[in-house]
Design a protein around this ligand. Structure first.
Ligand SMILES: Nc1ncnc2c1ncn2[C@@H]1O[C@H](COP(=O)(O)OP(=O)(O)OP(=O)(O)O)[C@@H](O)[C@H]1O
Ligand SMILES: [Mg+2]
Length: 174
């Protein structure tokens, strides 16, 4: 168990390090199922990709997970299912989502983790788990790396059960 990861409320965590965010991602990765949609929201450098690296590890992905900012989509083979990782930062029109390959895999045979997806919330639908990653800059001196808050906001029954399962997995972790 990595130090520096705390649960601060229902579906809310505080991470003191990249490793702690990774560990939270690993727990989350152990819960995800085909068809799950997660929208990761936070500023540049907040830790969305760092969390995704942990999710990939938790799904048994073997191999590097990098930011798909330029390719927009990355597919990783996990031990039981693929992980679809998107970074929609460079898109600004819902019409581009098809070319990005989103409709081919959303709701499909693996979970979709979508960075910068909140701008397309209407298209992504109302069954999704929103994950907010926030730098807690106020808590440290300027120029120091701040801790992060990771907060889950579920929409729909499946997303709610993921959030509950993560809280439980966190309490049970060793
Ligand atoms: N507690 C923390 N949790 C996550 N990342 C952290 C933490 N502390 C420091 N970092 C660092 O912050 C950076 C987060 O980068 P990451 O690529 O995950 O951000 P991102 O939200 O995906 O940004 P982008 O919008 O550019 O894709 C990494 O360099 C990581 O090492
Ligand atoms: Mg990223």
């Amino acid at each position: 168990m990595i130090a520096g990861l705390e649960r601060t409320g229902r579906g809310a965590y505080r991470s003191e390090s990249p490793e702690a965010t990774y560990e939270l991602g690993q727990l989350l990765g152990g819960i995800l199922a085909p068809g799950d949609t997660l929208v990761l929201t936070g500023d540049l450098g907040a830790g969305k990709t760092q969390l995704t690296k942990g999710v990939a590890a938790g799904m048994g992905v073997d191999g590097p997970v990098t930011s798909p900012t330029f390719n927009i989509q990355a597919i990783h083979e996990g031990s039981d299912m693929p992980l679809y990782h998107f970074d929609l930062y460079r898109l600004d029109d819902p019409g581009q989502l098809g070319d990005a390959g989103l409709w081919d895999v959303l709701g499909g045979d693996g979970p979709c983790l979508i960075e910068w997806g909140e701008q397309f919330a209407d298209e992504l639908g109302d069954k999704r788990l929103d994950v907010f990653v926030t730098r807690l800059d106020d808590e440290v001196a300027a120029g120091t790396e701040p801790p992060r808050e990771v907060r889950l906001e579920p929409h729909g029954a499946r997303a709610t059960s993921i959030a509950i399962a993560l809280d439980r997995a966190f309490e049970m972790r060793r």
